[in-house]
Structures are given as structure tokens and as C-alpha cells.
Design a protein around this ligand. Sequence first.
Ligand code: NDP
Length: 247
Amino acid sequence: MTTTSPGQKIVLITGASSGIGEATAKLLAERGHHVVLGARRADRLEELTEGIRASGGSAEFRPLDVTDAEQVRLFVEGAHSRHGRVDVLVNNAGVMPLSKLEALRLDEWNRMIDVNIRGVLHGIAAALPVMRAQHHGQFVNIASIGAHQVSPAAAVYCATKYAVWAISEGLRQEVGGDIRVTTICPGVTESELAESISDPEGREEMRTFRSVAIPASSVGAAIAFAIDQPADVDVSEIIVRPTAGQS
Ligand code: NDP
């Protein structure tokens, strides 16, 4: 089992290979936390891990598909057995292949449900027993401004984020006492998220819509704020969005 310095948390992050997950990993490592990085693109995770270590931070990675409950269980269990605890799980992995409902892109609807909802539930299923047993822990679930408002072409995506919001709020009410639950709702943020849009119309609309995007590190800073509060303070929700624009 590894030893950690006082105040250092063991923070697991899904979807850490780009965007918000990557920026959060860098920021938390700079603040002295140990980050355990998961996503499917192992080459990106390896590069990020090496970069964090080269800057004096502490990091490790494990390839992970959050749609597979067993892989998520092993991701959490591996970190737990190596470090003796899991302080924070950032359920961040997500996809956003937007299109109007009439386009009937059933595969993409299912993918959003699998990654954005089931992925978060798999994280909860894996980490909740560990956090219960150790009598502390924190879930940071990345929802979206789309958990508060719906827009055309985003019905299914927003539905998945409303679900993340509801699951997080239900979890917070059930586990309060030892375990903290934080929902982060970013507005438009620089990342690779819009690259999952295959619908040409949706892609074009997104280009203008995303022109006011804030840096991913701004969302990372909100996540770090929630994590670094004293144990008796649960920052239950943060909406962090561009000053300009509607989202
Ligand atoms: P990115 O596309 O840059 O990052 C998404 C991350 O999720 C990647 O690391 C990707 O890694 C990972 N991922 C996707 N599918 C899976 C999977 N099946 N298993 C494991 N990891 C997976 O976008 P963002 O950083 O923007 O997205 C992060 C979160 O923020 C998402 O939940 C998104 O919905 C949310 N969000 C983003 C906003 C924005 O404007 N950017 C606004 C509101 C919310 P890999 O492909 O290597 O698996």
C-alpha cells in the first residue's frame, strides 16, 4: 500500500484523457492530490500521467470503459487496494452526439444513455461500498447546464444530464453524514465534446454556439473548490458557465 502526505486525497477521474477531466487532473495534481486517471485512450492517459509526474505531481492511469460495470469496479478496487482508500470519484466521462429527435439516431441515443447515465451509476456502484466502509468519500458528478434547460437537438443529451442531476441529488439525500455528493453543471466549455456530433446540421449549429466557451480549467477549478472544502461542508452543486451567451 502506498503512503500519502497529509491533506493529499486519492482522486479517481473518469474521462481524464481530454477536456474537463484532463484539466481537472492537472489542477488537482498541482494542488498535491494523487490522481487516478481512467478513459479508453490509454496513450493519452499515459502522456498525461507522465506530464503530471514530470511537473512533480503524483498520478497513475488505467484504461477504462465506463459502460462496462466490471471495468469500473476494477478501476475503483485497484485504486483502493493500492492506496487503502478512495477519497473522491469524479464521474466525468460523457459523450454528446447531438441531433434532432426526428433524425432517429437510436445508436447515439443509446450511447449517451450508456456513457452518461450508466457510466455514472457504475461509478456509484463501485465506489459507494468502499466509501461506506471507510466512513468518508465524495462523488463529484459532472452533469451540465443541460441538466437545467433543454434545447433543440439536445433532448436526449439533456435527458441524460437531468438524470445525472437527479441521481446525484438522490444519492446526496441518502448518504449524507459521511459521504459528500457534488454536482457540477458546466456551461459551454472548451473540450473535444462536440467532436462526437455526427449530424452535419448539429455540428454547424454547435460551432457558433460554442464560440463563447470557457477553458476546461475553469470547470476544473470549480471541482477543486468542492473537493478542498472541509469534510463537514458539502458543496452540493455548482453551475459554472460563460459570462457571455445563454449557456
Ligand atoms: P471531452 O470529449 O473532451 O471528454 C470526454 C471524456 O470522456 C474523454 O476523456 C473520453 O475519453 C471520455 N469517455 C467517453 N466515453 C467513454 C467511455 N465509454 N468510457 C470512459 N471514458 C469515456 O469532453 P468534456 O471534457 O467536455 O466532457 C466531460 C464531461 O463534461 C462530460 O460528462 C460532458 O457531458 C460534460 N459537459 C461538458 C460541457 C462542455 O461544453 N464541454 C458542458 C457541460 C457538461 P476516451 O474517448 O479516451 O474514452
